[in-house]
Design a protein around this ligand. Structure first.
Ligand code: UFG
Length: 324
C-alpha cells in the first residue's frame, strides 16, 4: 500500500515508517521537524515533505497528488505535564490541525486513517485492566485533545465514509536497531533513567511514592515500539473501523522500571523521591484482547528488561541521540 506517515520523523512515527518499508509498503513522510529529526527518516522512504498540519493548502495538495491508500497520523504533541501548563497548544495542534488532516484525507479520497490515540483518554479509569468499553474521562488536556479527535474521526466516517482505526497506546517504549527516542526536552521515564546510567544525570527523580499502589509509585503498561508498529500495519488493512487499547497487560511501577534498568545496565542508578507530577493517574494497564482478536495482533516483547535492553543498545550506539 502507499502510505502517508504524518510525523514520520518522530519517535513512534520513524519506527513505524521503517517497519512498513520492511514489510513491502511504499511510504511518504510528512513532518514539520519541530520535534522530529531528519536523521530518523528511513532513507528508503520514497519522499519527505517538510510541512506542518496547520498548512491546509500543502496538506490538500499532498493528498490529492499523492493518491495514498492510507494515512498514519503520529503528528501530535504528547506530554501530559506540558498540556497542564499550555492547553491551547494541545487543542490547536492535536485537534484543530488534526481536522485539517482529516479534511485533506477526504479531498484526496484516502480510504483509511490510523490514528495514534492514547491511554490518557481514560483519565483515572473506573476499571483495571482498561478495556475499549471503559468510560473515557481524561484528566488532562492532552488526553482530552486526543479523545476529541477520536470523535471527529467518528463523524468523518459517518458523513464522508473515511474509515479510521484509533490505537490507544499505553506507554510506548523501546527502540529498533536503527531508530530510537530522542526528545529535545526529555520527560519520559525510561530514557531519563538510562541517562543516569550514561552518566548524563546524577539521579532519577521519582514523582511521588504515596500513590495507592503496592510500592507507592505510579504503575504504567510499557509496550515495545515494534509491537506498536505491527498493530499499525494490521489496522491499516483491517476491514472495519475500530478503537483498540494497546499494551502488554503487565503493569510496572516507577521503582520496578528503575530496578530493571539497574539489571540491564549494571549501573546503580541513584533515585530520589520528589512531589507528584500534575495530571498523572496512579495506574494504567491495558486489556488488549480485542486487538488480538480483531486485528490478529501478536505482541512479541512482554517484559521490561527486553524493552529497556533495546533502548540501552540504541543509546550506546547513539549516545547523543540524533545529534552527531
Ligand atoms: N516519572 C518519574 N520520574 C521521571 C519521569 C517520569 O517518576 O523523571 C513517572 C511519571 O510520574 C509516571 C511514569 O514515570 O508515573 C511514566 O511517565 P512518562 O512521562 O514516561 O509517561 P506518562 O505515563 O506520563 O505518559 C506516556 C506518554 C503519553 C501517554 C501515556 C499513556 O507520554 O503520551 O504514556 O499511558 F498518554
Amino acid at each position: 500500500m502507499k502510505v502517508l506517515v504524518c510525523g514520520g520523523a518522530g519517535y513512534i512515527g520513524s519506527i513505524c515508517n521503517e517497519y512498513l518499508i520492511d514489510h513491502g509498503h511504499q511510504t511518504v513522510v510528512f513532518d514539520s521537524l519541530i520535534l522530529g529529526h531528519a536523521e530518523a527518516i528511513d532513507p528508503r522512504t520514497s519522499e519527505f515533505i517538510q510541512g506542518d498540519l496547520a498548512d491546509r493548502d500543502l496538506l490538500t495538495k499532498t493528498m490529492v497528488n499523492g493518491k495514498f491508500d492510507a494515512i498514519m497520523h503520529f503528528a501530535a504533541f504528547s506530554l501530559v505535564g506540558e498540556s497542564m501548563k499550555d492547553p491551547g497548544k494541545y487543542f490547536r495542534n492535536n485537534l484543530a490541525n488534526g481536522i485539517n488532516l482529516a479534511d485533506a484525507a477526504v479531498a484526496g479520497n484516502v480510504k483509511v486513517i490510523v490514528f495514534s490515540s492514547t491511554a490518557a483518554t481514560f483519565g483515572e479509569p473506573e476499571e483495571i485492566p482498561i478495556r475499549e468499553t471503559t468510560r473515557q474521562q481524561p484528566i488532562n488536556p492532552y488526553g482530552e485533545s486526543k479523545l476529541c479527535f477520536e470523535k471527529v474521526l467518528h463523524w468523518y466516517q459517518q458523513i464522508h465514509g473515511l474509515r479510521y482505526v484509533a490505537l490507544r497506546y499505553f506507554n510506548a517504549a523501546g527502540a529498533s536497531a536503527n531508530y530510537g527516542e530522542h526528545h529535545i526536552n526529555e520527560t519520559h521515564l525510561i530514557p531519563l533513567v538510562l541517562q543516569v546510567a550514561q552518566g548524563k544525570r546524577e539521579k532519577i527523580m521519582i514523582y511521588g511514592d504515596d500513590y495507592e499502589t503496592p510500592d507507592g509509585t505510579c504503575i504504567r503498561d510499557y509496550i515495545h515500539i515494534i509491537d506498536l508498529a505491527q498493530a499499525h500495519m494490521l489496522a491499516m488493512s483491517a476491514p472495519n473501523c475500530g478503537h483498540y487499547n494497546l499494551g502488554t497487560g503487565n503493569g510496572l511501577s516507577v521503582k520496578e522500571i528503575i530496578e530493571s534498568a539497574r539489571r540491564v545496565t549494571g549501573h546503580a542508578i541513584p533515585s530520589e523521591i520528589s512531589p507528584r507530577r500534575a495530571g498523572d493517574p496512579p495506574r494504567l494497564i491495558a486489556c488488549s484482547d480485542l486487538a488480538k482478536k480483531e486485528l490478529g495482533w501478536k505482541p512479541q516483547f512482554e517484559d521490561a528488561d527486553t524493552i529497556i535492553e533495546s533502548v540501552w543498545k540504541w543509546m550506546k550506539k547513539h549516545p547523543n541521540g540524533y545529534n552527531a
